[in-house]
Design a protein around this ligand. Structure first.
Ligand code: ATP
Ligand code: TYD
Length: 239
């Protein structure tokens, strides 16, 4: 499979067309951003670690019946995916209160959320990814009500699967963000699931093992992503 031309370059990944019109190469770069792109740095090996981390999680979800855009790994830092019509929406589930939720509503950090809390955000860096609801989505035509319901249901179904998956590795899945798109009329999980888009805390010590290490300058960012991968049984290649 050959890269033909670059169609997008986001803050952390680039997408390329291929000789198959409905398939794209997703390249995971070392670039790392936080605070809607205000903090940026390249972290050695992040592209390789996140590409292989994402492949492992996407394949695990597929084994549990979740349909995703992931087709196969192409190299240590590239994957083949289906080309989707993306929704400009971010779906967030929270099992514990932290981050922007605590600031917005004055909630105690670490509070257990049972049932898990679901939120939609608009994918728009210039606006700071604002919180939205079903009515905004319908009124502004960002998705139909049926598609919004499907995204929420899938995000919560994935939560049930991933909470247990991370628990096996002695990790708490605190919160995460997913993106979805349509392929031939079907709703598929897209983008990525890596420690860049979720929060993971060690179950015993509550040590942060995700992108908060970068946001808060805690150090050993990629080493810690690698440790999470190892705990989950991944064999990440860095050559
Ligand atoms: P953010 O980090 O806030 O998600 P970004 O756009 O900078 O934003 P990147 O991860 O660098 O994010 O870029 C990846 C882009 O590719 C995103 O815009 C994402 O919505 C899009 N995308 C992900 N999967 C697919 C897919 N299968 N088909 C088409 N576009 C996709
Ligand atoms: P949130 O607490 O809203 O954001 P912040 O990082 O500003 O405190 O984020 C909840 C989870 O979703 C967290 O794991 C980060 C992830 N997320 C993203 O990766 N990108 C996004 O654009 C959003 C809105 C959330």
């Amino acid at each position: 499979m050959e890269k033909i031309s670059q169609i997008t370059t986001g803050k952390a990944k680039s997408l390329y067309t291929t000789n198959e019109p409905d398939q794209l190469i997703m390249e995971f770069r070392d670039d790392t951003s936080a605070f809607d792109g205000k903090k940026m740095e390249a972290l050695d090996n992040k592209g390789k670690v996140n590409n292989q981390f994402n492949a492992f999680v996407m394949e695990f979800l597929a084994s549990k019946g979740i349909e995703t855009h992931f087709i196969k790994l192409l190299s240590n830092h590239e994957s083949l995916v289906y080309k989707l019509e993306m929704f400009p929406i971010e779906c967030v589930v929270r099992n514990r209160a932290t981050g922007s939720l605590c600031k917005r509503l004055g909630i105690e950090d670490g509070l257990i959320l049972d049932p898990p809390l679901f939120e939609f955000f608009l994918k728009d860096d210039e606006l700071g990814d604002p919180l939205i609801n079903d009515h905004h989505i319908e009124s502004f035509g960002w998705a139909t009500q049926e598609d919004a319901d499907a995204m929420r249901d899938l995000t919560l179904e994935i939560n049930d699967i991933l909470v247990d998956f991370f628990k096996e590795a002695n990790l708490i899945l605190v919160d995460y963000k997913l993106e979805f798109g349509k392929f031939q009329g079907k709703m598929l999980l897209a983008d990525e699931f890596t420690p860049d888009g979720c929060r993971l805390w060690d179950k015993d010590t509550l040590t942060k093992m995700d992108k908060d290490r970068f946001r808060q300058d805690l150090g050993n960012v990629i080493e810690t992503y690698g440790e999470v991968g190892e705990r989950l049984g991944m064999k990440i290649k860095l050559d």
